[in-house]
Every structure is written in structure tokens, then in C-alpha cells.
Design a protein around this ligand. Structure first.
Ligand code: AMP
Length: 288
């Protein structure tokens, strides 16, 4: 894939400017009885010149996961919950674009401005732009704490590039979790989703509302509806998913890596289901 100079220049601009964005991290996240200091993902969100404030703990056999599933299926929420349970970092390509969007338009390169326009419409950003961004951050894939990729890969071309990078780095994937949910449930989830503009916590207008309307329970930040969660963008995103991302299910099934998980119920239910599926998966793989 292309390593276009314009894209790389643009990504360097993000690295520098993103550091000035206000960050609530590190903070303590409570899940049941366990409490863990959360990594700020600086190396991922800002680029390789930034250091993570709380690098994940090195573990003997890190989880290296990809989360697949249609937009709105809850991959981001699951990645956050799995991060707390498994220690592996939540790496979302959508979050990198959203961090860029917070920057002044004048510091963005033409390539990133174009990428953000694709995103605003709900369309996929071109593969070359996305791959340049991920390749620049490949140190995060080598992290001793493991990783949970969310929103990447999204096309066969991205999946093939990732596969050859991971093979050349000697980094085996643990599994590809495919979250399954009906289209009607997906549309309901997307149209009610509200996100905190400060800490990125996710709510749902009717199913998981904040205590005070429009205000984040966690940090008192303002909640907003993502531009790409508006009805006109939702149908474009679902079409893009069917056309470009759904073929990845067969791709990873053929590689023996696909682990289907039902995305019904509360986020905590889905997380518990994912952990037990992953634990059983690992036991099966190591027994082979
Ligand atoms: P997400 O938060 O993963 O839903 O991503 C938000 C938007 O960012 C998507 O609708 C795309 O416009 C763009 N995007 C994120 N990741 C990718 C990717 N891997 N390939 C193409 N576009 C992406």
C-alpha cells in the first residue's frame, strides 16, 4: 500500500497538536470489585512520538484481538470493558480520526481533511490513509500488554496488510471476535448513542441514559451525538459495512481465527460472554 508523503506529513501534524488536547487520564475505572488505572493510549491516539502515561503491564501471553461487527454493535464499549479485564490496550482507528477532528482545521493536511469528510458522511476512509496511520503506530501492536483492535481492519486490503505486518513482526493474533446483532437492533443502538466529548464514555438516550440529561456521569463533560450516528450517515455506514467489512468474516474464518459472540443484552453480559468464549478458545488452541 501507498506510504504517501502527504498522509505521513499530516499524521505528524496530529502527533504534535494532539498533545495540547485536554485529557482526563489517567483515571480509575471500576468494574465490579476490580479497579485498574487506565492507560491514556497516547502512543496510539497521538502517534509514535508520544509515550503512554500508564503503559500496559507486560504479560506472558498477551491477548492480541480484533473485534469485528457492524457499526453500533458495541465494539468500542466491549473494547473498553475487555481492556479492564484483559489488560490489552483498546486501539480504535475511529478514535484517531476523532482526535484529529478536534484539531484546528488549519493544522490538518489536505489528506486528513479529506479523510474527515469521508468520516462525516459515514463513508470509509481510503485504505492508503488508514494503513499509513496504523503502520506509523505499529509499536502499539508490539506492546507487551497486547491489543484489542476496534474498527480496523475494515476491508480485505487492510486485513491483508495487517496479516503480512504481523507475520513479519512474529506477532500471532489470538482471535477475531465477531459480534453478531440484528440490523434493527443496530439502528436503534446507533441512533440513541451519545458520547462524552471529554472522556469519550458512551451512553444511550433510552437504554443507558446518564443521571443528568446531556451530562457525563463520569467526568461531567457534555454529551453529543456523533455526526456519523445521524440517520443519513447510519445507512451509508451499514452499506459500507456490508460491502467492505462483512467479507472479513470469511477471511478470518478461513484462517481459523473467527470467534462468533452474540451481542445481545447489557454491555456487562456481552463482556462476560466474550471472556468465557475467549477462555474456552485459548484452552482449545493450547490443547491442540
Ligand atoms: P468507528 O468509530 O470505528 O465507527 O469509525 C468512525 C469512522 O472513521 C468510520 O465511519 C470511517 O469513516 C472512519 N474509519 C475508522 N476506521 C476505519 C478503517 N479501518 N477504514 C476506513 N475508515 C475508517
Amino acid at each position: 500500500m501507498s506510504q504517501g508523503g502527504a498522509v505521513l506529513t499530516l499524521l505528524t501534524v496530529i502527533d504534535i497538536t494532539a498533545k495540547s488536547a485536554a485529557s482526563p487520564y489517567p483515571y480509575k475505572e471500576e468494574v465490579g470489585m476490580s479497579t485498574q488505572t487506565k492507560n491514556d493510549r497516547a502512543s496510539w491516539l497521538q502517534g509514535p512520538s508520544a509515550q503512554c502515561t500508564v503503559p500496559p503491564k507486560a504479560v506472558g501471553d498477551p491477548w492480541r484481538l480484533i473485534l469485528l461487527g457492524a457499526p453500533g454493535v458495541g465494539k468500542g464499549t466491549q473494547a473498553d470493558l475487555l481492556n479492564v479485564r484483559l489488560g490489552a490496550c483498546h486501539l480504535s482507528t475511529g478514535d484517531v480520526f476523532r482526535a484529529a477532528k478536534m484539531q484546528e482545521a488549519c493544522v490538518l493536511s489536505p489528506a486528513m481533511k479529506a479523510a474527515l469528510e469521508y468520516m462525516r458522511r459515514g463513508d470509509l476512509v481510503p485504505d492508503a490513509t488508514v494503513w499509513d496511520m496504523v503502520h506509523e503506530r505499529k509499536g502499539c501492536l508490539r506492546c507487551d500488554g497486547g491489543f484489542i483492535l476496534d474498527g480496523f481492519p475494515r476491508t480485505l486490503s487492510q486485513a491483508a496488510s495487517l496479516k503480512s505486518l504481523m507475520e513479519s513482526e512474529g506477532l500471532p493474533l489470538t482471535a477475531v471476535v465477531n459480534y453478531e446483532l440484528s440490523v434493527s437492533a443496530i439502528v436503534a443502538r446507533l441512533s440513541g448513542r451519545r458520547t462524552c466529548q471529554t472522556c469519550k464514555a458512551v451512553y444511550h438516550a433510552s437504554e443507558r441514559p446518564p443521571k443528568m440529561a446531556g451530562i457525563c456521569d463520569r467526568c461531567a463533560g457534555k454529551l453529543f451525538q456523533r455526526e456519523d450516528d445521524r440517520p443519513e450517515s447510519i445507512s451509508i455506514r451499514l452499506e459500507a459495512y456490508d460491502r467492505s467489512t462483512a467479507p472479513l468474516i470469511a477471511f478470518y474464518r478461513k484462517l481459523g481465527l473467527l470467534l462468533p459472540v452474540a451481542a445481545t443484552g447489557s454491555p456487562e453480559d456481552i463482556c462476560a460472554r466474550t471472556i468465557s468464549a475467549l477462555t474456552a478458545w485459548r484452552a482449545r488452541v493450547s490443547a491442540r
